[in-house]
Design a protein around this ligand. Structure first.
Ligand code: GN1
Ligand code: MG
Length: 359
């Protein structure tokens, strides 16, 4: 606690420390809600083993939050402060601070009277989460992708993720390859699905935009009272990307009947009203800026993103659980199995998704 207080004191205008509460849930960074005499702040320790270029990462977040603020200004939107995160600079005017143990820390102002959509969100919340992510893409439509640093190169690059899995199998560092032959085969047989988006990009059929890249429904804050979408949070992976990534992640997280790490895949189903609400919300937020081809591409997004996650969880399992935080033995394998089952369900539902999207 004393350490947190000392770190918080490196930032401007944060008042005197009163209390700190850990916010659990993320797989990568560590987060605390800090109560001070000047209000509440979110303090985060950035995992710099995952995000090696913290300068680039923080420059991205500064650019993105400032661009949204400028856009809201030009649109004359009121209540702008609740629609975009505010990064607090250090006393030295820097976007993040260092601690003596080598940690990298940043602070956001906490958005009061807000909540995130629950684990199994209601349709109204899902619509708002979709609206939040759709607007995010639309508000950043004028920012050229090459102004952002690719903080994790090839983050949602299907062929690169598949190659990493095949490599992890070959190296078999944790001696687990023998346990996961069936799962690896389920990924490998879907090579065309993993290759499709990159091919469309290379052929110029889909444009590179600024996308969020971790568009789970819980990463949009909602107003506590009205339930309306406020700011999009967790901006670490905002990078150049395809819009289908964000739409895909949104459905992957809000339309599944089970938690991401639930190994009981027999019971897994898709929630039709959540899919409908997410699609409606996303299109009403982003629809205006999407090309016809982009709109069509969205239907493949949920299966693609579930498969990307299955591939990543499986790779981490094979490498001995070095990337994602795990809470039990086999946790990454449970996650991979869950996401593979979800991939299959979204594949079966492809025609339904296409018609939902007006195709
Ligand atoms: C990680 O830490 P968290 O939960 O926000 C991961 C995402 C995954 C997600 C799966 C930088 O995000 O890509 O979708 O876990 N973030 C990174 O729950 O790898
Ligand atoms: Mg995240």
């Amino acid at each position: 606690m004393r350490e947190l207080k000392g770190i918080l004191n490196q930032f401007q205008g944060v008042g005197a420390h009163q209390s700190a509460t850990a916010i659990a849930g993320g797989h990568i960074n560590d987060t605390w809600l800090m109560n001070t005499t000047s209000g509440r702040f979110v303090l985060q320790r950035i995992n710099h083993h995952v995000f090696r270029d913290v300068d680039g990462l923080m420059a991205n977040i500064q650019l993105v939050t400032q661009s949204i603020r400028d856009r809201l200004n030009s649109l004359g939107v009121e209540d702008r402060d609740r629609l975009v995160l505010e990064l607090i600079p250090t006393h030295r005017g820097e976007p993040f601070a260092h601690s003596t143990d080598g940690g990298r820390w940043r602070v956001y102002r906490y958005i009061e009277h807000s909540r995130a959509a629950g684990a199994v969100p209601r349709a109204a919340d899902v619509f708002q989460a979709g609206l939040g992510f759709g607007r995010f893409v639309a508000w950043l439509a004028e920012v050229p992708g090459d102004r952002l640093v690719a903080t994790i190169p090839n983050f949602h690059h299907g062929p690169a993720r598949l190659a990493a899995l095949v490599d992890a199998c070959g190296r078999d560092l944790a001696g687990r390859a023998v346990d996961v032959r069936a799962e690896v085969e389920l990924v490998r047989r879907r090579e065309p699905l993993l290759a499709g988006p990159q091919q469309a990009l290379a052929a110029g059929r889909l444009p590179l935009r600024v996308t969020h890249n971790d568009a789970k429904s819980s990463n949009v804050l909602l107003d506590e009272q009205s339930g309306e979408a406020l700011a999009v949070i967790d901006l670490d992976t905002v990078m150049p990307g395809l819009v289908l990534y964000d739409f895909g992640d949104l459905l992957r997280t809000c339309a599944s009947s089970s938690a991401e790490d639930d190994p009981n895949t027999e019971a897994l189903t898709l929630n039709a009203s959540a899919m409908e609400a997410a699609a409606e919300g996303f299109l009403s937020g982003a629809g205006g800026v999407l090309s016809g081809a982009e709109r069509e591409s969205l239907a493949i997004g949920p299966a693609y993103m579930a498969l990307i996650m299955a591939t990543r969880f499986l790779t981490d399992y094979l490498e001995g659980d070095v990337y994602f935080k795990t809470g039990r033995p086999g946790h990454n394998l449970d996650r991979a199995r869950n996401q593979l089952a979800l991939t299959a369900l979204f594949e079966q539902h492809h025609a339904g998704l296409t018609s939902l999207l007006g195709g």
